[in-house]
Design a protein around this ligand. Structure first.
Ligand SMILES: C[S@@+](CC[C@H](N)C(=O)[O-])C[C@H]1O[C@@H](n2cnc3c(N)ncnc32)[C@H](O)[C@@H]1O
Length: 276
């Protein structure tokens, strides 16, 4: 288990710059983000922190930042103090153990993220949830690629998916997703630690909220594991990545059917062509 994290606190008030920083820092291995009024806090396991790489990454933006090492328990306390439930209309509520169960929503999801990504607070998770809302999961076989807290896998099961495989390359996320799966009494989610799709199975729906690099480099792998007529939903890319994603889609037997945007982030839904 990871015991300490490096926290980088960056002073940045421009939302677009903040989103670009989150994308760059995610690619560089930062695993958690807290967005406050004019500050972005990013977290990376202390052993993976490299000040030179951070300076190279932040230098061109000319932003002030501070770093500090924090212990796991401090992070949890900080998160619990500030965590407000995320309510997506009457569709779902994403809350923690210490909140009252949500009423008047179809799906009540109980998440303790600790250091994993996926509470619904970040625009990409929110976009994925909004896109999932318009998909029928009844009796569908689903892959959640980059599960983080397990939030999308848990929602898929609550929406009726018959079988879900949730993978993540980060051991701490797998551990945390397992806790959240139990917390939500889910029974149909299998967890696997992996950095690509290694199983010999095909899925009806693939959800992949990861980052530009992984989504683009793994698109052909997702395609191999999605049934003809199946759906691939991706997020973790910025609006400025749209042309690259479009080119990748055009190079594969995929039809883009839904494009959502929130702040600078995008979430696109594609259908796998039947005769690809
Ligand atoms: C942006 S978070 C998404 C979490 C959650 N699915 C959500 O929508 O909020 C991306 C997750 O993908 C994982 N990840 C990054 N690269 C990966 C890879 N190559 N294979 C599997 N998981 C990966 C990270 O550890 C992280 O938990």
């Amino acid at each position: 288990m990871i015991n300490s994290y490096q926290q980088v606190t960056i002073t940045v008030s421009d939302n677009n710059v903040r989103d670009i920083l989150i994308a760059l820092l995610s690619d560089a291995g930062y695993e958690g983000f807290v967005e406050e009024r004019s500050v972005l806090k990013a977290f990376i396991p202390a052993g993976q922190f490299d000040i030179t790489s951070l300076e190279d990454l932040l230098g061109p933006f000319g932003l002030a930042y501070e770093t500090e090492t924090i212990e796991q328990r401090n992070w949890n306390a900080e998160w619990e103090a500030g965590f407000q439930p995320v309510i997506v209309d009457d569709f779902c509520a994403i809350r923690a153990d210490f909140h009252q169960p949500a009423v008047g929503v179809m799906y009540d999801i109980n998440i303790t993220p600790k250091m994993s990504f996926g509470t619904g607070h970040h625009a990409t998770t929110w976009l994925m949830v909004q896109t999932m809302r318009r998909i029928s999961f009844e009796e569908k076989k689903v892959l959640d690629f980059g599960t983080g807290t397990g939030i999308l896998a848990i929602l898929a099961e609550k929406m009726g998916a018959s079988e879900i495989l949730a993978i993540d390359n980060d051991s701490w996320s797998i551990e945390n997703a397992a806790e959240n799966i139990t917390r939500n009494q889910c029974r149909r989610i299998k967890l696997l630690q992996a950095d690509t799709i290694q199983v010999q199975e095909q899925f009806d729906i693939i959800l992949a909220n990861i980052n530009k690099h992984v989504v683009l480099s793994q698109l052909h792998v997702m395609l191999e594991h999605c049934k003809p007529g199946g759906l691939i939903v991706v997020s973790g890319l910025l609006q400025s990545d749209a042309n690259d994603l479009k080119a990748a889609i055009e190079a594969h037997p995929l039809t883009l059917v839904d494009m959502q945007q929130h702040n600078s982030w995008l979430c696109w839904k594609m259908i796998v062509k039947e005769n690809g």
